[in-house]
Design a protein around this ligand. Structure first.
Ligand code: HCA
Ligand code: CU
Length: 380
């Protein structure tokens, strides 16, 4: 099964650093890397050492932290970048070059033949310098590149026999799951190499596209915490986990799921963000049930309306009862919690009272408690 053998390349410390409000201090990078390692991601990708002196020092610090996760850095297809990257002691290099007509014209100005020659030159050089370093070659803006150009580049790179992994990048978040599936399947079939998927979320398909990539045989998925990255970011770590968990909990059993909320909160706070209310798993409303019909069923069996079990993530569900959509089963549950033994008629009467009051303004829990206790006093 494709989902049995995949690895997460966690790029909060690379793609995530490209998010508008992200500027990580060295201490914060070590904290985030440590948390991600405890969570169990297989690889952590860091900003190129060529970005700034601190970026280079931070890679060395994270490499020196002795984590289980392999540490990668992300560089241009450039010998000078590769020399500096190898010198930091990272386990792998993620090399990228644009292949779409737009990036060929405005990013580096090279033709496809020149890209292939450059890739051969750089990859052969890196392989000579570092026979054991894990090497990945990716095209940037893959899904706006011409298919014939992509195949020329990927097949030429695969033929060199120098790289461990090919990467495909939906740089502008334009790809559909079917397109991702078709390209990844083709690369797996034609090259037999590991394939990595990196997907932006501009049009809301980043999680679906990552899932499609895995279905097609991709071995590595790029994520960031909360999905932070350029513009509105990439596949979020929690979103990928939610997607795979709902296919089969076994697919994410290798991760320490109870740490996800902490990871999300730490990165949100460092970036001065609120976790969105509708965030996968850790959003404030992810496990709140409201309508009476939902509340009744969830109280009987949470699986009626819950595909993710909050307790697996160290979280709890909430049944909201102080609103006009409430039902008497939910009110009864509250009475039971309070140790009140009320008959159905009384509970229904309290429920009607709550609905009427909530038409004006939702009630806080303590207000419902007061109504329930008053009803208990009267019926005693
Ligand atoms: C970017 C580069 C990149 C690279 C992805 C990769 C993208 O535009 O900043 O190397 O897999 O989205 O193409 O993040
Ligand atoms: Cu990106």
């Amino acid at each position: 099964m494709p989902f049995d053998h995949y690895a997460i390349i966690e790029s909060t410390l690379r793609e995530g650093e490209q998010f508008s409000t992200a500027t990580f201090t060295s201490g914060q990078k070590l904290e985030i890397a440590g948390l991600l390692d405890d969570f169990g991601v297989e690889m952590i990708e860091m900003t190129s050492p060529c970005a700034s002196p601190q970026s280079e020092a931070d890679i060395r610090a994270v490499v020196g932290a002795g984590l289980n996760a392999r540490i990668l850095t992300h560089i241009r297809c450039h010998k000078g970048d590769a020399i500096r990257a190898l010198d930091t002691g990272v386990d792998g290099l993620d090399i990228v070059i644009g292949t779409s007509p737009k990036l060929m014209e405005h990013s580096h100005g090279k033709s496809i033949s020149e890209i292939i020659d450059l890739a051969a030159d750089v990859l052969e050089f890196v392989r000579q310098q570092a026979p054991n370093t894990v090497l990945r070659f990716s095209t940037e803006d893959t899904f706006r590149s011409r298919e014939s150009d992509l195949l020329r580049v990927y097949l030429a790179v695969a033929d060199l026999g120098m790289v461990n992994r090919l990467g495909v990048a939906d740089t502008v978040g334009v790809a559909l799951p079917q397109q991702v599936h078709a390209l990844v399947s083709q690369l797996v079939r034609l090259t037999g190499l590991d394939v990595e998927f990196h997907g932006h979320n501009d049009s809301g398909c980043a999680v679906a596209n990552a899932c499609a990539a895995l279905e097609a045989g991709a071995t590595h998925i790029d994520t960031t915490v909360l999905g932070i990255g350029e513009r509105n970011g990439i596949t979020p770590l929690g979103g990928l986990i939610a997607r795979l968990y709902t296919l089969d909990r076994a697919y994410v059993a290798k991760y320490n799921l109870k740490l996800l909320a902490r990871v999300d909160h730490v990165v949100a706070s460092i970036c001065d963000l609120e976790i969105p209310f509708n965030n996968y798993i850790t959003g404030s409303s992810a496990f709140i049930h409201k309508a009476g019909i939902h509340a009744k069923a969830v109280l009987a069996d949470p699986a009626t309306y819950e595909i993710l079990r909050p307790q697996d993530f160290g979280l709890t569900r909430e049944v909201a009862i102080g609103h006009r959509l409430t039902g008497w089963n939910a009110i009864r549950e509250r009475a039971v919690v309070l140790g009140l033994n009320l008959d159905e008629l009384t509970l229904r009467a309290v429920t009607q009272d709550v609905k009427q009051r909530a038409d004006i303004q939702p009630l806080a829990l303590h207000e419902i408690d007061t109504l329930l206790m008053a009803a208990a006093g009267q019926s005693a």
